[in-house]
Every structure is written in structure tokens, then in C-alpha cells.
Design a protein around this ligand. Structure first.
Ligand SMILES: *Cc1c(COP(=O)(O)O)cnc(C)c1O
Length: 370
């Protein structure tokens, strides 16, 4: 039996009739930019997240970038980001001309260490950007506490956490702005690029809507030097279908995660830790192992896909060669990049496939591979 890391084709197969019908509806409408398909999705997603507003944009990076601009982040400002994240979080800050200021993760949740944020706040700090890593919410109340104390807005990078709950409430309106990606492999994934922001702040929503549409709210009247970053109506129509299945598909991920947690507990691996207040949506199921690369190769030999999220932290990328920091400044994050391994997880992973991953891992992880 082979177990792919993620099977996107199976996601299409399950919903093929509805997706084909939706895409065809857009094609036949003759309306290909913005329009009702996008605004219907925006309303449905805002309502799902419990947010007052949702604005579709081109992708997750643009959701972060426009969100930061709408919060007033500009050249020379500092923005607090996790050291342990996908590089998009940092790039959005850099795109504003601002400087990412990194904070180490909590060693057991992999999310930004809320207690360490206050120590990097300066007079130039303009915003805090926590990431809900791997689908598990960051400690939003603790982060809000620091933000309130220093008068800073919070922009959540929720690209990996559609449907996750913090203290029983779905994320989507805790911070001032919440940025989402609908990249195909995300929990709510389009069939191409897509993104959105959700917020309870009507003014910020309108600013982002305008920034993504050439800085214009009225045709040919331009209030800002804006961008072209709009959610495609074909993608919106696909997302409207998939949103109906998000809860069910997250539940399937959760079942796979429970099986992994239960059946891998006694072997030589570090398993994910879930705080009592968190209801993660298991975008990724990440284990840690000192001999990560060997383990990954052994899984591959046995027909099991795995990936590393992420092998090189942003501060060690050539893109940030001028970043005034090094490995030793972020020992926890650096060690994570050396030890993390993502196991197959997704709504189309069968119980048999989960069992296969478990049995192979029990064979290889317990033994000394050298
Ligand atoms: C996927 C992702 C993004 C970027 O989303 P795109 O739609 O690919 O631009 C940003 N942040 C995190 C944490 C992500 O996982």
C-alpha cells in the first residue's frame, strides 16, 4: 500500500458534480471579475467565521500584505512575527517596507511564544502577526493582552487554520484583521490561488477591498495607489461548494490525528501537544525526531509520503541574508527546522492508510536506523 502525503485529486472526485456545475455557472454568466459569486462567498465565509466582514483577495500573501497596509504599516516600521513560520508571513511585512522582528515559538505548541513578545516591542513596533501553525490556534488572549498594553493591532495569519477554535470560538475575528489563504492544499482550498481577510472593522474591510482593486471604490476614482488582488469568481464558486464540507473534512482530519496520537504515543517520537483551550484543524500533523531525514527516507522506501514544514527558517533564507540575526538567536526554531516531519493527513486519507503509516512508523522509529 502506498500513502501519498496529500491527495487533492480525491477531493475533486468527491465533489466533482457540484464543482463542475458551479464552475460552469460562472463561465455561462459572462461575468469574470468580482460579481455575485465573490460577494456570496464573502458573506458565507464571514458568517462561518463569525466575522462581520470578509474581503476576497488574490492569495494568502496578499491577504497579509493588504491587511498590514490597512493597519497603517509602512516603511521603517517593525512588525512582530514568529521565527517558526512559512516565509510568506515575513514577506508580507517586507512588502510594506517594514522590518520583521522574530519571536521564538513555544517548544510544545510550535506557535509564537506569547510571553516573549513584550520583550521585543520598541517605539517603532506597529503590529503583531501571530500564525496559527499547522492548524492549531495561537494563544490569542495572551497575545491580545500584550497588544492592548502597547496599543498595537493584531493581524492573524490563519492560512493553515480554517475552522479552528480558540476557547470554543471559531477564529476569524479575534485580531483586528485575519488573513486566509485558499491555496489548493489548505483545509479550505480552491483550484488555484485565492485568499481573503475577515474582520469586524468595517473601515478596515473597505480599505482592503479598495487596496485590492486599484485603490478604487468607485470606477475610475482612485483613493489609494492600490494593487490588483481580487478573488477570482471561478475560485469563489469552488470555495462555496467546499465550504459546505469544511466541517466534515476537518472532522476526518481530526479522526486521523486522534489515531496517530493514540497509536504512536509509546514510541520514540515527539507528538503534537494540544492545549486544553485549542481545537486544531490539523492542517498538518507534525512529529519531531532527532533523525528526521533518515526517518523520512525510510517512510519513502515503504511507500509513505512525508514533507518538512519548514526545512529552512525565514532568517536563514538567502532572501533574508541581510537579516540582522542568526541561528543561535533562535535555537528553538532552528532545532524545529531540523526535527519536524509532517505525516500524511487530509480528508481523503483512509483509516487503512492511517493504520499503514502507524505500523510502518512503529517499525522504523523505534529502531536505530544507522
Ligand atoms: C500558505 C500560507 C501562506 C500563503 O498563502 P498563499 O495563498 O500561498 O499566498 C501564508 N502563511 C502561511 C502560514 C501559509 O501556510
Amino acid at each position: 500500500m502506498t500513502v501519498p502525503f496529500l491527495d487533492l485529486r480525491a477531493a475533486y472526485d468527491e465533489l466533482r458534480v457540484q464543482i463542475d456545475e458551479s464552475v460552469s455557472r460562472v463561465l455561462r454568466s459572462g461575468w469574470y471579475i468580482l460579481g455575485s459569486e465573490v460577494s456570496e462567498f464573502e458573506q458565507e465565509y464571514a458568517s462561518y467565521c463569525g466575522a462581520s466582514h470578509c474581503v476576497g483577495v488574490g492569495n494568502g500573501l496578499e491577504a497579509l500584505h493588504l491587511g498590514l497596509l490597512a493597519l497603517g504599516v509602512g516603511p521603517g516600521d517593525e512588525v512582530i512575527v514568529p521565527a517558526h513560520t512559512y516565509i510568506a508571513t515575513w514577506l508580507a511585512v517586507s512588502q510594506c517596507g517594514a522590518i520583521p522582528v522574530a519571536v521564538e515559538p513555544n517548544d510544545s505548541t510550535y506557535n509564537i511564544d506569547a510571553d516573549a513578545i513584550a520583550s521585543v516591542v520598541t517605539s517603532r513596533t506597529k503590529a503583531i502577526v501571530p500564525v496559527h501553525m499547522y492548524g492549531q490556534p495561537a494563544d490569542l488572549d495572551a497575545i491580545a493582552g500584550v497588544a492592548l498594553e502597547h496599543g498595537l493591532p493584531v493581524l492573524e495569519d490563519a492560512a493553515q487554520a480554517h475552522g479552528a477554535r480558540y476557547k470554543g470560538e471559531r477564529i476569524g475575528s479575534h485580531g483586528n484583521v485575519v488573513a486566509w489563504s485558499f491555496y489548493p492544499g489548505k483545509n479550505l482550498g480552491a483550484m488555484g490561488d485565492g485568499g481573503a481577510v475577515t474582520t469586524d472593522d468595517a473601515e478596515i474591510a473597505e480599505r482592503i477591498r479598495s487596496l485590492g482593486n486599484y485603490g478604487s471604490q468607485k470606477k475610475y476614482v482612485h483613493d489609494y495607489r492600490g494593487f490588483n488582488s481580487r478573488l477570482d469568481p471561478i475560485q469563489a464558486s469552488v470555495l462555496r461548494v467546499k465550504l459546505k464540507y469544511l466541517e466534515e473534512w476537518n472532522r476526518r482530519r481530526s479522526d486521523a490525528a486522534s489515531a496517530y496520537l493514540k497509536n504512536l504515543a509509546d514510541i520514540d517520537l515527539v507528538l503534537p501537544t494540544v492545549p486544553a483551550w485549542a481545537e486544531p484543524v490539523w492542517h498538518l500533523f507534525v512529529i519531531r525526531h532527532a533523525r528526521r531525514d533518515t526517518l523520512s527516507a525510510q517512510l519513502k522506501d515503504a511507500g509513505i509520503g512525508s514533507l518538512v514544514h519548514y526545512p529552512i527558517p525565514p532568517y536563514l533564507q538567502r532572501a533574508y541574508a541581510d537579516f540582522d540575526s542568526c541561528e543561535s538567536d533562535f535555537p528553538i526554531s532552528t532545532r524545529m527546522s531540523e526535527e519536524v516531519l509532517s505525516l500524511p493527513i487530509g480528508p481523503h486519507l483512509s483509516a487503512e492508510q492511517v493504520d499503514e503509516v502507524i505500523s510502518i512508523l512503529r517499525e522504523v522509529a523505534g529502531s536505530d536506523p544507522t
